[in-house]
Design a protein around this ligand. Structure first.
Ligand SMILES: [Fe+2]
Ligand SMILES: [Fe+2]
Length: 238
């Protein structure tokens, strides 16, 4: 077989941008995990948004950094309970505090680790990238465009799963005479009506809500089906 296969069934939690995640994001991810029989969980980054710590002018209608962090910690706690063991890839939104500190001339040695300020359980670990069954998982913010997942797979010379590009969920396969690899973008599970996403309201492409599963080496983008009110229909179609 040209495509490399593996032993694991991996749930890939996409960009949540907590506290601005879709209200049904947690239930949806738990339902996909159960339906697909996942034994590993990767969170592809941007698990928190940190809108107030961005480089743009702060939105006068949004929470400041303190209240926003308090809300985020409160909401991510439910994820810690539901998913006690998660490998998280580092990302641009979670890394905003380091960027701010860098700009202010503060050495990293003074900063608290992400595990610490996120009050994460021991089972949550952070790394720039993760390999499972030969598939590379990374956030994807170092590659632009709607074909970022495809281009990163080619660049990495191995199947690659990313997030970051909220509007381009899906899978691309690339083959030559010997091997086949894939690039998958797992979309996002944000609440697009939140103030944090005001910047994207004029965009032609809206967020593709869903998550990823890599089952024995084969990738699936699982869309979150919505009713007319924008709530999850509670269906999981794999
Ligand atoms: Fe993101
Ligand atoms: Fe990102």
């Amino acid at each position: 077989m040209k495509l490399e296969t593996g032993d694991n069934v991996v749930l890939v939690i996409p960009d949540l941008q907590i506290p601005y995640e879709h209200p049904d994001a947690l239930d949806f991810c738990a339902a996909v995990r159960d339906a697909a029989g996942c034994n590993r969980v990767v969170c592809i980054g941007d698990e928190v948004d940190q809108l107030a710590l961005g480089m743009f002018d702060p939105d006068p209608d949004a929470d400041g950094a303190g209240p926003e962090l308090k809300k985020a910690l409160n909401q991510i706690n439910a994820w810690y309970q539901e998913f006690p063991d998660v490998q998280v890839t580092t990302s641009n939104h979670t890394g905003r505090i380091q960027k701010r500190a860098f700009k202010a001339g503060i050495p990293e040695a003074y900063l608290r680790s992400v595990n610490e300020w996120m009050q994460a359980p021991e089972g949550w670990t952070w790394a720039d990238y993760v390999y499972i069954d030969g598939v590379r998982y990374e956030h994807g913010d170092n590659q632009g465009g709607m074909y970022a997942a495809r281009n990163l797979a080619i660049r990495n010379r191995t199947s690659t799963v990313i997030g970051h590009h909220h509007s381009h969920g899906g899978v691309y396969y690339i083959a030559n005479d010997d091997t086949m690899i894939f690039g998958m973008n797992v979309g996002c599970l944000i609440d697009a009506s939140a103030l944090a996403f005001k910047y994207a309201r004029g965009s032609a492409y809206k967020p593709t809500l869903g998550c990823g599963v890599v089952a024995y080496g084969v990738p699936y983008f699982v869309p979150m089906l919505l009713d007319k009110k924008g709530r999850w229909t509670r269906e999981v179609i794999l």
